[in-house]
Write a protein that binds this ligand. Structure first.
Ligand SMILES: [Zn+2]
Ligand SMILES: [Zn+2]
Length: 277
């Protein structure tokens, strides 16, 4: 199985866009990228905007060769209603647009559906379902809350299995604080996990549980957790447990052999180093 993180917080934007090749099936999970509105009192720095444009071009390139596009929920860092052409002739699996959804995402889902109307070859509501496409088994969790409560709505976690190797991409479960979020990971027993991590400072014990109780060997922590420059400090205990079990815990950038580049967390510094008129 080939797994390529395309755009992630460790690479400088808000996204969890991931390209996967399983058997003959090419899959793109959450083809979208965005930036934090204001942080530390500043709007996105031009360098962040440049990075976002680069990431979007990268994502579109992979979308064009993909058979399957997946949308786990309707936040703009996970779906992009503005360039619906990428969905033309694709098999598209989307989070149910009307069930287990909050008001804001309901409206966005509605708009998204009107934008992509008539474009996909197939369109499926994915929640709790399983599909086989070109030899790859793609399974979706039941809708689970986006974080510790359902205030921000619900997401679907995604599992991709090629018959011998399995990836789980959790989408935005914020580290899996709730039992219903972590259940999918424990049940699926994946080899490779991409998890969004809790908001910085929140408990990590369910991530440790997944490391200890599944056959995972590669564990990428990303997204919410990488919006604070001190993110590594609080991972010490998790690194120790992971090392004992021979599990690699990395960011997407580290997995790709690149330096972490947390542009959002460095925003204030960016304005200092590269002032904007
Ligand atoms: Zn989200
Ligand atoms: Zn997100």
């Amino acid at each position: 199985m080939k797994i390529i993180p395309l755009a992630f917080d460790s690479l400088g934007t808000r996204s969890m866009a991931t390209y996967v090749e399983a058997e003959d099936c090419k899959i793109l999970i959450d083809p979208a990228v965005s930036l934090a509105g204001r942080r530390y009192g500043y709007p996105p720095h031009p360098l962040e905007i440049k990075r976002m444009d680069e990431h979007w071009a990268h994502i579109k390139g992979y979308a064009s060769i993909s058979d399957v596009l997946i949308i786990t929920h309707y936040h703009y860092d996970h779906h992009n209603p503005e360039e619906p052409e990428i969905f033309r002739d694709k098999i598209v699996f989307i989070k149910h647009p009307r069930e287990y959804i909050n008001k804001s995402q309901l409206n966005r889902a509605d708009f998204f559906l009107s934008q992509i109307k008539g474009l996909p070859k197939e369109l499926h509501f994915s929640d709790s379902k399983e599909f086989t496409v070109k030899g790859a088994k793609i399974r979706f969790s039941e809708p689970v809350p986006h974080g510790p409560t359902n205030k921000l709505g619900y997401v679907t976690e995604v599992s991709v299995f090629d018959g011998s190797y399995k990836l789980v991409h959790t989408s935005d479960i914020q580290g899996g604080i709730l039992e219903e979020q972590v259940k999918f990971l424990l049940e699926e027993d994946p080899d490779f996990v991409i998890i969004d991590g809790p908001m910085f400072g929140n408990p990590l014990q369910n991530m440790v549980r997944v490391i200890l109780r599944t056959k995972v060997r590669m564990f990428l922590i990303e997204h919410h957790y990488l919006r604070d420059l001190k993110w590594k400090d609080k991972l010490k205990e998790l690194y120790i447990e992971a090392e004992k079990k021979g599990v690699q815990v990395l960011s997407s950038a580290e997995f790709l052999g690149l330096e972490n580049d947390l542009l959002e967390a460095k925003r204030k510094q960016l304005y200092k180093e590269y002032p904007v008129e």
